[in-house]
Design a protein around this ligand. Structure first.
Ligand code: FMN
Length: 315
């Protein structure tokens, strides 16, 4: 009910309130201007229904999706829960969305220039076999090329069976090469899982750099459970929010130091357990150019973007 109420309210706000994107730590990357570096993580606006609402809250950029080629429903059974004490959310959704065509038509109704850059997060349909997964991603890249400022390749969700196997070195290169090529001059970012080992992370960074990736989103939800979340949630599904913060920070540090001079103009987006303005500033200090939130909006409410912007302007 909270989920539906939140969505309804955002759509209502978007219909009546104009965009209010405050400027702080503005920068331009590959021709995209970010008035501020705090945006919305994938999964919050899966169907491009909340864009105006999120702009009116002050988001510095949006990520639509995860979009799949065909529409699909959520996984059966309970697939969403939250815990106030641990400030965490558990989900087992598995890319429910209206499908590429419908979502594209919604975005096309919004005139360019958009108030902020728009990333489109893409994934494969549940029934697409892994060896053919790249076909789903290429189809979506070609479809969304007229509206996407960047693509986020999601092969890190724990809720689509087998998806994370695409990160395995054997499949990774042959999957990623044609996907990056299809995007031509539109930047492609890769969203990684927090559940890889540090060595696997370094190897993903190296391989994707060699294939011409434009950046990384670190990280998706985790299948790891700590002593508290183990008691709260089932073993399958992904946990987000505060329990994810330590690993998201660790991965940001590893990526930053591993890439070193190779990093050049590649973008690092930090996401996972960013729950306060101080958390946002910490991720920026640690080398992220952009920061995203999802769970913070569940616990802190819609004023989060303005609060962070206010604090950023005080310092
Ligand atoms: C309910 C829910 C649905 C999500 N759906 C998606 C999704 O469709 N695609 C995706 O890439 N990430 C999805 N995520 C992951 C978020 O984008 C983000 O990586 C993760 O929640 C960590 O950030 P947070 O701690 O700020 O929530 C979802 C997260 C939640 C809580």
């Amino acid at each position: 009910m909270a989920h539906s109420l939140g969505h309804g309210t955002l759509r209502f706000i978007g219909a009546f309130k104009s965009s209010k994107i405050e400027s702080w730590q503005s920068f331009t990357w590959r021709g995209l201007h970010f008035a501020n570096p705090l945006g919305v993580a994938g999964g919050l606006d899966k169907n491009a229904l909340l864009m105006r609402g999120l702009w009116s809250l002050g988001a510095g950029f949006l990520e639509i999706g995860t979009v799949t080629p065909k529409p699909q429903k959520a996984n059966p059974g309970k697939c969403f829960d939250r815990d106030i004490q641990t400030e965490s959310v558990w989900n087992h959704l598995g890319f429910p969305n209206d499908g590429g065509e419908k979502i594209l038509q919604r975005i096309l109704q919004i005139k360019r220039p958009y108030p902020t850059p728009i990333f489109v997060n893409i994934g494969k349909n549940r029934d697409t076999a892994l060896p053919r997964a790249h076909e789903d991603y290429i189809h979506l890249i070609e479809k969304f090329a007229p509206v996407a400022d960047a693509f986020v390749i999601n092969i890190s969700s724990p809720n689509t069976k087998g998806l994370r196997e695409l990160l395995h070195p054997v499949r990774f290169q042959e999957f990623l090469r044609p996907v990056i090529a299809a995007a031509q001059n539109i930047p492609v970012l890769l969203k990684l899982s927090p559940d890889v080992t540090d060595d696997e992370l370094r190897s993903c960074l190296d391989i994707s750099t060699a294939l011409g990736i434009s950046g990384w989103v670190l990280t998706n939800t985790t299948i790891e459970r700590n002593d508290l979340t183990k008691k709260l949630y089932p073993p399958d599904g992904g946990v987000s929010g505060r329990p994810l913060a330590a690993r998201a920070i660790e991965m940001l540090k590893i990526a930053n130091s591993h890439l070193g001079n190779q990093r050049q103009d590649k973008l690092i987006v930090s996401v996972g357990g960013v729950m306060s303005a101080e958390d946002v500033f910490e991720r920026l200090r640690l080398g992220a150019q952009l920061v995203q939130i999802y769970t913070a909006l569940v616990f802190n409410g819609p004023t989060f973007f303005h609060e962070v912007s206010y604090q950023a302007r005080q310092t």
